[in-house]
Design a protein around this ligand. Structure first.
Ligand SMILES: Cc1cc2nc3c(=O)[nH]c(=O)nc-3n(C[C@H](O)[C@H](O)[C@H](O)COP(=O)(O)OP(=O)(O)OC[C@H]3O[C@@H](n4cnc5c(N)ncnc54)[C@H](O)[C@@H]3O)c2cc1C
Length: 287
């Protein structure tokens, strides 16, 4: 069991900013991050709407922010929080590796990818990906599949078509309008396709789908699941809006005393880096 003054769940730009502000107030603060510091920003090639002097890419921005976190001596723990008890004055978070307690918790878990919900877990890192900009280069000159809903995979398909030999979009809706204007010969669009499972010996070799009622196999070396993003289901005791985003007041306080929410996980009209950082600053100054 580890004890802190302030626990921050999620090390995206919102969580890192919250940590910097809380630490500078002399708090014993820690960030718990299940992957890598940076979150979604790591996937951005060219950041827009961010008032730096020059255009900046996500890796550079995250590198600079995580360096500040490190230089301030903020502890970063690699763990995945899977449950929590927020009802007492001391809050308890349980991760896959350890249990953590603090008087203040800042939820900064951002958004996560909508899963296919089939057997894709077996092929994570073996051909199944959720991020074209991160993983396209692994499939240079190889055929890939994009799983899409109402065109949600078009942006990723365009990115993949720059490097892959063929991109097949399997969309669950009627995409004939898009298919007729799509001028990229490498991109094929299949409408009314429901993906049933991923197949392959050890790594991805394709997907089984039903297209217009007919079972069809599509061969490919990678499957990009591009079905959008959703907020975390954790923290059920907090008041959320109809879309599952956590409701806060202007000081980032949630419906439970001592618990704050910042960044994309929060119910708000504009989800951008500057607003995530602003949320983090306010919570870090109050937690
Ligand atoms: C492709 C793309 C392009 C974008 N372009 C721009 C742009 O040009 N300009 C702009 O301003 N904004 C842009 N955005 C939006 C911006 O990236 C987000 O608004 C911002 O990064 C949100 O930050 P966050 O810290 O709230 O969440 P996230 O970045 O989602 O970070 C959340 C972190 O929490 C971690 N986490 C989640 N659950 C747990 C758990 N249970 N335990 C431990 N850790 C957990 C995750 O691993 C992640 O690192 C873009 C987003 C995308 C996806």
């Amino acid at each position: 069991m580890r004890n802190f003054d302030v626990l921050i769940v999620g090390g995206g730009v919102a969580g890192m900013t919250a940590a910097i502000y809380a630490k500078r107030r002399g708090k014993n603060v820690c960030i718990i991050e299940k992957f890598t510091l940076g979150g979604q920003v790591l996937t951005i090639d060219k950041i827009e709407n961010f008032p730096t002097q020059k255009l900046i890419d996500g890796l550079t921005l995250c590198g600079m922010m995580s360096e500040q976190v490190k230089n301030l001596g903020i502890e970063v723990i690699a763990d995945d929080i899977i449950s929590c008890n927020l009802s007492q004055s001391v809050k308890t978070l349980t991760g896959k590796k350890d249990v953590y307690q603090a008087k203040s918790v800042i939820v900064a878990t951002g958004l996560s990818y909508v899963e296919l919900g089939k057997n894709e877990d077996e092929y994570l890192g073996k051909g199944v990906s959720y991020c074209a900009i991160c993983d396209a280069n692994f499939y240079k000159n190889k055929p890939v599949i994009v799983v899409s809903k109402k065109g949600s995979g078009i942006v990723d398909a365009n990115i993949l078509s720059e490097v892959c030999s063929k991109v097949t979009i399997l969309d669950s809706e009627d995409m004939s309008a898009f298919a007729s204007v799509n001028s990229k010969p490498k991109i094929e669009v299949v409408s009314n396709a429901t993906v049933k499972s991923v197949f392959g010996k050890g790594s991805v070799e394709g997907v089984k789908a039903v297209v217009g009622g007919k079972a069809t196999n599509f061969d490919a070396e990678a499957v990009f699941v591009c079905l959008g993003k959703k907020p975390t289901k954790l923290f059920d005791s907090l008041k959320k809006d109809q879309n599952g985003f956590i409701i806060t007041d202007e000081n980032m306080r949630t419906s439970v005393s001592g618990v704050f929410a910042v960044g994309d996980v929060r119910s708000k009209p504009l989800k951008q880096i500057v607003t995530a950082c602003a949320d983090g600053a306010i919570a870090g100054a109050n937690a």
